[in-house]
Design a protein around this ligand. Structure first.
Ligand SMILES: Cc1cc2nc3c(=O)[nH]c(=O)nc-3n(C[C@H](O)[C@H](O)[C@H](O)COP(=O)(O)O)c2cc1C
Length: 447
């Protein structure tokens, strides 16, 4: 018996305070936070509470990097090992430095239970220098000296909420705003237009705009929404993929932070088009610090009549959005794995076809779109398809948000029309003598 394991009474008391319809991932997050682990003996109780098989709960715990069955430290540190914001710096190895300051051996929890330190892949802070997560919260801009202070704070048991505010502040470095980032946030304007045009009109506008998905595959958004709408079923679902896990990307983080209203507007527009009543935003575990902000925006939109029943006074339009927070699993960005995870299972991609547009969440037709795609769709309905078409190239309309980091003077978010030359981008971000550039996404560059 591990003496550090929490007693069952404490675990059962925590479970008692949770609603039976709480998402499995959220139950596990809450236990991990409160108890520093999910005790093996708690698994049958969790399964009983949620009405799930014990094997499913156990499998989900084992699947996710952020869940543990033996106690982690009171301070759980996860150092990002991504090439851009990682711990290997000119002055040495930050991870090794912190481990030696705090006398932590490898991934093991220190004997007094105070602290554990492990690596994690990419936490989405590449524009903020070496970064880590402490008890799920990002701490950025680390160097040897800051780690010296961090170790003292831990030894003195200073609560994370009292650590230097500037370490915990994740500001968005919008270096070059374009079509989407310059546009005002939307609070019903696009949905109003959607209500006037109807589903066919929304699809026509999106078709004319040429918008293609910004999640990587570039699938036509109008086509995806049409296929979902046309799939005959009792229910349809809208899902926003905010699992942004591709190393080096952080543009969805900025949109979730600065443009959440417009994102939810895009999801509501999609719901109007698909006749969906329920939507999910799947937020990557590394962005859990954004949850209070996102819940605030959702609450405001309910108060403003933009979510819930009778949206904008329309008795037959009801839609709401639920946020589900992941727990450190890159693969959950793949849409069918994401849907499995939404269903409370391990995020294992499904064999396709059938695709989510016909067989998605709980087997119902589901439109999964990236954060940026929903934002663009909402702004297209607000400003018209021409506004979008007039930006970019004949084959690729609109703009693209780029997350730029690495060996350059001005890391951050840049929004360019499709067709912008790479040389221009390197010049703008201050990459003077690049030896290599790693590109993501699918824009076409002129020769
Ligand atoms: C391994 C893998 C990881 C993915 N990760 C993401 C992701 O983090 N965010 C995202 O929007 N799409 C991701 N995708 C693409 C999604 O499966 C899906 O195509 C996308 O969310 C659809 O949105 P869109 O039509 O707006 O592009 C990933 C795909 C694969 C194969």
């Amino acid at each position: 018996m591990n003496p550090l394991l929490p007693d069952m009474q404490q675990t059962l008391a925590l479970l008692d305070n949770m609603q039976p319809d709480t998402h499995l991932l959220h139950v596990l997050h809450a236990l991990q936070e409160a108890l520093q682990c999910i005790p093996p003996a708690a698994v049958p109780a969790i399964a009983g509470k949620l009405g799930l098989p014990i094997s499913q709960v156990q499998a989900v715990i084992e699947f996710h990097a952020f869940f543990h069955q033996s106690p982690r430290g009171q301070y759980r540190i996860l150092f990002s090992n991504c090439p851009q914001c990682g711990f290997q710096v000119a002055g040495g190895n930050l991870l090794q430095h912190l481990r030696s300051l705090l006398h932590v051996k490898g991934d093991a929890t220190r004997e007094d239970g105070r602290v554990s330190i492990a690596e994690t892949s990419f936490i989405g802070m590449c524009d903020h220098g070496p970064s880590l997560l402490v008890n799920g919260l990002p701490v950025s801009g680390m160097d040897m000296e800051k780690l010296d202070l961090l170790a003292i704070l831990i030894e003195r048991q200073t609560p994370v909420s009292s650590w230097p505010a500037e370490w915990m502040r994740i500001s968005e470095r919008i270096r070059l705003p374009g079509l989407l980032l310059q546009a005002a946030q939307l609070k019903g304007e696009a949905v109003q237009t959607g209500l006037r045009l109807g589903a066919a009109g929304i699809l026509h506008e999106l078709q004319q705009s040429g918008l293609r998905g910004r999640g990587g595959a570039g699938f036509g958004t109008a086509q995806k929404w049409l296929m979902t709408r046309d799939a005959q079923a009792a229910k349809h679902y809208v899902v926003c993929n905010a699992d942004e896990g591709e190393p080096g990307t952080f543009k969805d983080r900025a949109l979730l932070h600065l443009h959440a209203d417009t994102l939810f507007e895009g999801m509501t527009l999609s719901a109007l088009c698909l006749n969906a009543q329920h939507g999910f935003l799947y937020l990557r575990g590394e962005y859990r610090y954004l949850l209070p902000h996102l819940l605030d925006v959702l609450a405001q939109r309910r108060q403003q009549g933009l979510l819930g029943k009778n949206i904008l006074g329309h008795a037959d339009f009801a839609f709401d959005i639920e946020i589900v927070v992941g727990a450190g699993a890159y693969i959950c960005g793949e849409e069918s794995a994401l849907i499995e995870s939404l269903e409370g299972k391990r995020g294992i991609p499904r064999v396709r076809p059938p695709f989510p547009v016909t067989h998605g969440y709980l087997g119902y037709p589901t439109a999964v779109n990236n954060v940026e795609t929903f934002l663009a769709a909402a702004q297209i309905l607000r400003h018209g398809s021409e506004w979008f078409r007039n930006c970019g190239t004949a084959q690729s309309s609109g703009s693209k948000l780029l997350s730029i980091s690495g060996d350059c003077a001005r890391p951050g978010i840049y929004e360019y029309p499709y067709g912008t030359r790479l040389a221009q981008i390197l010049q703008d971000c201050g990459a003077d003598q690049p030896q290599a550039v790693q590109l993501g996404g699918g824009c076409r560059h002129p020769a």
